[in-house]
Design a protein around this ligand. Structure first.
Ligand code: ADQ
Length: 466
């Protein structure tokens, strides 16, 4: 078996991996098991005049290969085409798409730069796994350099409907690039359907079966591989006896108060203002819970250089202030809003201590917070997950209270249902959800994907998913 080569926009620090999320956990495990290379951007931005040098670091059988972005690449490739064109369009926000021709040129050139960095290090039997929307042209660039390896792509964000994808400028070129991979992996069955429909309507690719597409002399495999979390690690940190849990116990039993929690990157796709309005509506329709419901929104700063992100931040802050202004009393403020990164060791006990996990993105590839919330619960007295039907996770987590995040009133009523749900029903739902989260954890995800990539038979993998 050859080595595994992973190419992603960002790489994790291989030296210490205690803080990494599901994606990185799955990848690091696979790299360590097989030996290999992890290549990507090192996170720094340098002036064009500074020579961009490749950094090579080795940890055991894994080597990391990273380079900085120049100011121009950061602006046009990363913030530009990736995050002002592809991200909004793939999350159904064509209104926020800001396309410029120089963005796509730089996106293409930056992919070529990373391909050039990786190319001399590749061996013929390496299996290459490329991640996410930043690197759609990577296989095409590697093929140009003569590499005939098996190259797979995994899209972490949704693949939108055919109409939306065909509205992305240069979608024909993006399609050509995607079809240079040997395996295209999506998060959900819905994403696979959207891709098929797009191919049927906008290309002459022959769809041989749901898993096989043929274009000219190439056969491309397609499948869905829902990403999971490192359940054991998350359950372990959430179970640590912690002041947070003690506080919540007191809250629930002595003060008859309960906590609702949300944690997201502060991104317009996550539906934070809609959710804040739903909580406000809940306080309106259930006045008996005023003084008893605490809503904790933890929102980590994200892509603040993009206007749409600073706009959503301002909107959320204004709303949180307005809800508190309207409902707060001397001994209670309904909304606690934290705008920073919280270490995993703190986040997990907070999830465990909250009666309701409110996860209502307007669109999301998967949403790992939903799975983390389930993994953090204690089955003796588990909390309830309220989950958007537009999160990829809703395809698997059907025992959650599934809601339409655009329907403020529906979400407010789901909050009411959750607060009054009997313990036995909470336990029953949680048992089923936890089983699914455990069965399809981060390790399962990488094994299924790599099996499909290496053997070209993801059919069996996806049958197991169904
Ligand atoms: P993201 O959009 O970043 O990921 P998500 O899947 O929810 O979304 O992962 C966020 C991670 O960050 C979770 O592990 C969560 O615990 C953590 N997090 C959130 N808020 C935090 C805070 N304030 N402090 C610290 N940590 C915080 C993209 C796609 C998703 C897809 C993943 C993985 O958009 O749909 O699930 O990739 O494929």
């Amino acid at each position: 078996m050859g080595r595994l080569v992973v190419i992603s926009n960002r790489t994790a620090n291989l030296g210490k991996n205690t803080q990494i999320g599901g994606l990185a956990v799955g990848i690091v495990d696979a790299l360590k098991a097989q030996g290999g290379l992890w290549a990507g951007w090192d996170g720094s931005v340098v002036g064009a005049e500074e020579t961009a040098t490749t950094k090579i670091q080795t940890h055991g059988n894994v080597t990391s290969l990273t380079a900085p972005l120049t100011t121009e690449e950061h602006e046009k490739y990363y913030l530009g085409f990736a995050n002002k064109v592809l991200w909004p369009a793939f999350h159904y926000r064509l209104d926020l798409m800001d396309y410029r021709m120089e963005f796509v040129d730089c996106y293409s050139a930056t992919n070529a730069k990373f391909a050039e960095m990786v190319s001399p290090h590749l061996r013929d039997d390496d299996v290459i796994w490329v991640h996410d929307y930043h690197l759609i042209p990577m296989a095409a660039e590697l093929r140009k350099r003569g590499h005939k390896n098996r190259i797979g792509f995994f899209l972490h964000i949704p693949f939108p409907s055919a109409d939306i994808f065909s509205a992305v400028p240069r979608h024909e070129w993006l399609r050509y690039c995607l079809l240079q991979f040997d395996l295209i992996g999506f998060q959900t069955i819905n994403d696979v359907h959207n891709f098929h429909r797009y191919l049927k309507e906008h290309s002459d690719a022959a769809i041989i079966s749901p898993e096989l597409v043929r274009v000219n002399d190439r056969t491309i495999h397609i499948g869905h591989f829902p990403i999971g979390i490192d359940v054991k690690q998350f359950a372990k940190v959430s179970a640590r006896t912690d002041d947070t849990i003690e506080l919540e116990r007191m809250r629930r039993t002595v003060l008859k108060r309960f906590q609702v929690i949300s944690a997201d990157r502060l991104d317009y796709s996550k539906g934070l203002p809609h959710r804040m309005k739903a909580f406000r509506k809940f306080l309106e329709i259930c006045p008996e819970y005023q003084g008893h419901a605490d809503y904790l929104q933890i929102a980590s700063p994200s892509r603040e250089d993009v206007t749409a992100y600073s706009d959503i931040k301002a909107e959320l802050e204004q709303l949180a202030g307005a809800v508190n202004g309207r409902f707060a009393d001397f001994n209670w403020a309904p909304v606690q809003y934290i705008n920073r990164n919280i270490p995993r060791e703190k986040l997990a006990p907070l999830f465990r201590a909250s009666l309701i996990g409110l996860v209502t993105p307007l669109r999301d590839g998967m949403n790992l917070v939903a799975k983390e919330y389930i993994a953090a619960q204690d089955n003796k007295d588990p909390g309830i997950l309220i989950l958007s039907k537009f999160a990829g996770a809703a395809e698997e987590l059907s025992e959650a209270l599934i809601v339409n995040p655009y329907d403020i009133s529906e979400v407010a009523h789901a909050l009411k249902t959750a607060v009054t749900m009997p313990l036995e029903e909470r336990q029953l739902r949680h048992r089923k959800l936890l089983k699914r989260v455990i069965d399809r954890d981060a390790q399962w995800w990488q094994r299924e994907y790599l099996h499909a990539l290496q053997h070209g038979d993801h059919h069996s993998a996806n049958e197991r998913v169904a």
